[in-house]
Write a protein that binds this ligand. Structure first.
Ligand SMILES: [Cu+2]
Length: 78
């Protein structure tokens, strides 16, 4: 885990459950699409828990879900 500096409190993290992810290709595809969304700074894909943690500023929930969908995966509502 990386420690965020105090100045980064503007940043937020949104985590999505994406059960369809299974391998490095999934990770690469989702990371590529999500990184292209404005405001996104970090994308962490955990293939064990099937979670995608997205960090950045002024994140647009709908745009992030659309990006994951664009990569070919369904987001399961929490
Ligand atoms: Cu895969």
């Amino acid at each position: 885990m990386t420690e965020l500096p105090k100045e980064a409190t503007m940043n937020q993290t949104i985590t999505y459950s994406v059960p369809g992810m299974s391998c490095g290709h999934c990770r690469t595809a989702i990371t590529a699409e999500v990184t292209a969304v404005p405001g996104v700074e970090t994308v962490e894909v955990d293939l064990d828990t099937k979670l995608v943690a997205i960090g950045g500023e002024r994140l647009d929930d709908a745009a992030l879900v659309a990006a994951i969908d664009e990569a070919g995966y369904d987001v399961v509502p929490a």
